[in-house]
Design a protein around this ligand. Structure first.
Ligand SMILES: Nc1ncnc2c1ncn2[C@@H]1O[C@H](COP(=O)(O)OP(=O)(O)O)[C@@H](O)[C@H]1O
Ligand SMILES: Cc1cn([C@H]2C[C@H](O)[C@@H](COP(=O)(O)O)O2)c(=O)[nH]c1=O
Length: 287
């Protein structure tokens, strides 16, 4: 039986500040690692940080009869290398711990001797462009790029070939997310860990994040705490009246809320917006 299932352990670390954006390889990629036995379809609930996370069922595929050492045409493992890449997706509202989780996983992979790099969108200028920073101030150096396609060229093909793990933060801002992740995992054998908003402030799909779910080995949906009642928060409420989808900001502009307070908050904000608009019209109309 050929089982596609890889569990990773998450090791937390208190300080990341000494790490560089690219950690030189210290162990070769495990292209022939043995598959672990796992149930064919097992939904798992895990707690990440102090928030609950849901992981999609891990699906095992039955063998097609092709041995991992020798395929149907008689090629040996040296010429028949099944891709060993993985894609893991972390979603949730703002303040849910997506960046924290991404940094912990990257740190864990690095501690296991794997060579890692982190990319974030250069649209997010909140903490400068050379590092990825959580709302708590946890920090790692990163590559701030306009798109993912430019990564190989910026990073260098040779260095890219040596990479084992690629972390992507603020994934909602990358239009080429799908193609990059597919190629990195399926063809280049990389482990890709993606963190981003699944929905915008109006709870619509944000960018291409949801498009990569069918490519993913695992999906983790994190929650924050509702700023109004303290219950689990699934959504991000925009506190200001700007309407564009992309608007960089933190707690000054956004807050995480539960369903009840998302709905009532939207009503309050819409009403306030209408009142402000009508006042503007009144002021402009000559008496
Ligand atoms: N309402 C909130 N709910 C949960 N965490 C919050 C809230 N406000 C601030 N935080 C802080 O934000 C941290 C998560 O930051 P971060 O990993 O950057 O989240 P994300 O990337 O999902 O926006 C939490 O550990 C917590 O300390
Ligand atoms: C909801 C929402 C968010 N954004 C922006 C605001 C921040 O700059 C990032 C999200 O950062 P985080 O790491 O998840 O805290 O996205 C936006 O542009 N539009 C939105 O609707």
């Amino acid at each position: 039986m050929l089982t596609i299932s890889k569990m990773k352990s998450f090791v937390s670390s208190s300080s990341f500040s000494t790490l560089s954006p690219y950690f030189p390889i210290t162990a070769s990629p495990s292209f022939f690692s043995l598959p672990s036995k796992s149930p064919r379809c097992s939904p798992t609930f895990t707690q990440v940080s102090n928030y609950f996370a849901f992981k999609t069922p891990r699906i095992s595929f039955l063998s097609t009869g092709i041995s991992s050492a020798q395929n149907r045409t008689g090629q040996t493992a040296a010429t028949f290398s099944p891709p060993s890449g993985e894609i893991h997706v972390i979603v949730g509202p703002m303040f849910a711990g997506k960046t924290t989780t991404l940094l912990r996983r990257i740190q864990s992979q690095s501690s296991n001797g794997r060579s890692v790099a982190i990319i974030k969108s250069n649209k997010d200028t909140r903490y400068g462009l050379d590092s990825i920073v959580t709302h708590d101030g946890m920090k790692l150096p990163c590559w701030a790029l306009p798109n993912l396609t430019s990564f190989k060229q910026k990073f260098g093909q040779g260095a890219y070939d040596e990479l084992d793990v690629i972390g992507i933060d603020e994934a909602q801002f990358f239009d080429d997310l799908y193609d990059f992740c597919r190629e990195a995992a399926d063809i280049d054998g990389k482990t890709v860990i993606v963190a981003g908003l699944d929905g915008d402030y109006l709870r619509r799909n944000f960018g291409s994040v949801l498009n990569i779910i069918p490519l993913a080995d695992s999906v983790t949906k994190l929650t924050a705490r509702c700023e109004i009642c303290g219950n689990r928060a699934f959504f991000t409420l925009r506190k200001t009246e700007e309407k564009e989808t992309e608007l960089i900001g933190g707690a000054d502009v956004y807050m995480p809320v539960c369903r009840q307070h998302y709905v009532s908050g939207q009503v309050v904000i819409e009403t306030a917006r209408t009142v402000v608009e009508s006042h503007k019209v009144e002021c402009r109309t000559p008496a």
